[in-house]
Design a protein around this ligand. Sequence first.
Ligand code: KG4
Ligand code: ZN
Length: 341
Amino acid sequence: ADQPLVLGIETSCDETGVGIVRGETLLFDAIASSVDEHARFGGVVPEVASRAHLEAMVPTIERACREAGVTLGDLDAVAVTSGPGLAGALMVGVASAKALALALGVPLHGVNHLASHVAVDIVEHGPLPEPTLALLVSGGHSSLLLVPDVTHDVRSLGSTIDDAAGEAFDKVARVLGLPFPGGPHIDRMAREGQVVIDFPRGLTGGRDAERHRFDFSFSGLKTAVSRWVQAREAAGEPVPVADVAASFQEAVTDVLTRKAIDACRTHGVAHLQVGGGVAANSRLRAMAQERCDAAGIQLRVPRPGLCTDNGAMVAALGAQMVLKGRAPSDLGIPADSSMPV
Ligand code: KG4
Ligand code: ZN
């Protein structure tokens, strides 16, 4: 096998992910999540996440190797998320990856978390068309990216000016009394509800829409949902949770897909890739498919388990770095919590 064997480590938030990729094939994706430890706080607690990464790292690396049927000595390179993300959490992954690369004498590739959300689709659907337009929607990011080359040329066309899409799902879930993280709960509730409330679509009309054509805004939507729910409660009426969930979800997915397709058209790109935790949303997947079909755009969305944070995405991008002959990172690379794309 002359395809590079790459181990990727992801620790930017609350998932300790270790993926092993050979060339463009995923061998195994091991994940340990501290999400249950954060649930009672209603959000990710950075200190708790860092400690959990430290405890999970070695067992997760061992499990990934065992399940992939490889030993550490077989690795051709190590890749790691070096940013953006929670500083302390990133440091655990970066320090671990440096130690591995140093001990094994193999190159280290520090990769950008946003770019790796895009690159993961290579192990799912094969080589990325160049350029690809990517809609990246997670708990920390909502961005439209133009991607001529995922290993070194990823351009941001726009991003959220306030809350990320996943953050909006999580905040609205809290308003509706659903557990954290709220995205999957809203997705499930919405299936039992109807889209009956016309919630606002941020940055789609008026003067702001021109200036922020490829940007998103979800904080007004979140406020509108909370006001609507409060008015119901104040009137002593029951809150139709499933209908609110469905209507909120419709507003978010409408804006995301509309802007993504507008960006494809504007930049003459015939391929849209959707990634990040919110790409696991069933309505977003269905609406994106419908609208891409209508617009003659080819849609690529990885399976839900590869949309949320994982190690396979890092290994997938690392392997592309090796295949394209990109220079490895210096072993002194820092964790960069606010790394741009
Ligand atoms: O990519 P990810 O795992 O972590 C970040 O980098 O943020 O995304 C997590 C986010 C959370 O906000 C979660 O509520 C959201 O993705 N999410 C969903 C769904 N599954 C996860 N949002 C909507 N519908 C879903 N099915
Ligand atoms: Zn992410």
